[in-house]
Ligand binder design. Structure first.
Ligand code: DUC
Ligand code: ZN
Ligand code: ZN
Length: 472
């Protein structure tokens, strides 16, 4: 047997398939043995009485993504992956975003420069395709897919990113031909613009009106259209950040037709509502401005049920880190601005896993296996990183979370991102990672972060390996 560097002993190991008791033997940063009674190793971690899950794979987060000025993301690869590690996430997949008029390759090269030597956990890149010109479609995209950038996001809204239906069809055809995963941001841009103008004309520009400009109807319509476009091309798609009932119903309908439609949701749709954008015209609501916006309590229940019954494939943070009290953040140029000018997005990389573990697993809404599937195994499969990532198995990277239980009040001052708030301030959690291991190294010990910038490696993704799901 390979000599072991480290044994995590007496673990209650949770995978997407099983929960069982075992020692986890680690050598060279990988799991090499999984059995009870493993021999003593030079380093030992006692996990008696603790649940051990795979390190999280956050397959939707934004780090150091170039923004139209004055906006600037608060987290770069160093602070973002620090926060990830302390919250039990050991792989992140942020986005290399093509600028209109520029090449995709330029975006990828620039993004590598931003990540290189800074990351504390492993990372891969999705692409954002905002300008699908003939050379991008016929050369750049196929070449990048072959090099390990096997997923890309397309937007149906945001002026600097959105594609029209014909362009989306073109991009989906490339995904089909080359076996990539297309992620779709589904909101109807024209409806949003029409509603925004009417709200502005009525003087309704406070942050809370962001939710009025993006009602569920605009998400439902775009979700339906995205499904139809994918059906026409005959290609799987993954609808990102699904916020509530009407979009969920579209996806259920698609599955019932036998279409391969995968879906993602995020903490903001479980733990926030539109009321968090403000019940009056206070600017504090800007902290929770994200798109799609959080809905209401009954939609939160729909999302919980859809997580438990398999409608959702992945649970991501959509971490989009903007400081609240900053001219490059939620107060552009230092001003309280109309909602259309507030940078969209909220922080969530560090809190994604503990929130779902506490409120999902420990409150009996999700099994441990489902938690692992949603936070690690399925994102790794969707983006071609499984079984190296997303599971506890012989040969997998030794990316592990040892869970600690006990009440803890969430305070931004305890978090490790570079954002000046958390939308979940004051929430009582019942669990937090007591230890995070990345490739067998302790990166978080429950109280201290153990930095080693450059520890994080770039991962080339393979083809998606999710099985088509046609129910529920
Ligand atoms: N919505 C997005 O689509 N991306 C980043 C943040 C947000 O709110
Ligand atoms: Zn989006
Ligand atoms: Zn996003």
């Amino acid at each position: 047997m390979t000599p072991l560097d480290l044994v995590v002993r007496h673990a209650r190991v949770a995978t997407a398939a099983d929960v069982f008791d075992a020692d986890i033997g680690i050598a060279g940063g990988r799991i090499v043995a999984l059995a009870q009674g493993l021999p003593v190793a030079p380093r030992e971690i006692d996990a008696a009485g603790r649940v051990v899950t795979p390190g999280g794979v956050d397959a939707h987060c934004h780090l150091d993504q170039p923004m139209p000025p004055p906006a600037r993301m608060a987290d770069d690869f160093a602070s973002g992956t620090r926060a990830a590690a302390c919250g039990g996430t050991t792989t992140v997949i942020p986005f290399a975003a093509q600028e209109k008029g520029a090449s995709l390759r330029a975006a990828v090269d620039d993004y590598h420069r931003r990540a290189e030597g800074r990351a504390h956990v492993d990372y891969a890149f999705h692409l954002i395709v905002s300008d699908p010109t003939p050379p991008v479609l016929s050369q750049e995209l196929p070449a990048l897919i072959a090099e390990g950038y096997t997923s890309f996001k397309v937007y149906m809204t945001y002026d600097d990113l959105k594609l029209d239906d014909g362009q989306i069809l073109d991009v989906l055809a490339v995904a089909r031909q080359h076996g990539a995963m297309a992620m779709i941001h589904a909101e109807n841009a024209d409806c949003i613009e029409w509603l925004t103008k009417r709200l502005e004309a009525a003087g309704r520009t406070a942050p809370r009106f962001h939710a009025h400009a993006r009602p569920m109807l605009v998400e439902r319509e775009a979700t339906h259209r995205a499904i139809a476009l994918a059906e026409l091309v005959d290609v799987p798609i993954l609808i990102v950040h699904v916020s509530g009932r009407e979009a969920v119903e579209q996806i259920r309908w698609a599955r019932a037709q036998g279409l391969s439609v995968f879906a993602e949701t995020c903490p903001q749709y479980l733990f926030l509502t539109a009321a968090d954008l403000g019940i009056d015209d206070s600017y504090l609501g800007a902290k929770c401005v994200c798109s799609p916006p959080p809905r209401d309590a009954s939609n939160q229940q729909v999302i919980w049920h859809a997580l438990a019954d398999g409608l959702f494939t992945v649970f991501s943070s959509d971490h989009a880190p903007f400081k609240y009290d900053a001219p490059e953040g939620k107060k552009p140029g230092g001003q309280e601005v109309a909602f259309r000018h507030i940078p969209n997005g909220i922080p969530g990389l560090e809190t994604r896993m503990p929130l779902l573990y506490s409120e999902g697993v420990l409150k009996g809404r999700l099994t441990l296996e489902k938690f692992v599937e949603l936070t690690a195994t399925n994102p790794a499969k969707a983006y071609g990183l499984h079984p190296r990532k997303g599971t506890i198995a012989i040969g997998s990277d030794a990316d592990l979370v040892v869970w600690g239980e006990g009440e803890r009040v969430l305070r931004n001052e305890h978090l490790h991102h570079a954002v000046d708030y958390t939308p979940y301030e004051g929430m009582k959690l019942q669990a937090w990672p007591a230890l995070t291991l990345a490739a067998g190294e302790v990166v978080w010990d429950g109280t201290q972060f153990h930095p080693r910038a450059g520890r994080g490696r770039f991962l080339r993704c393979g083809p998606p390996t999710l099985r088509p799901r046609t129910s529920p």
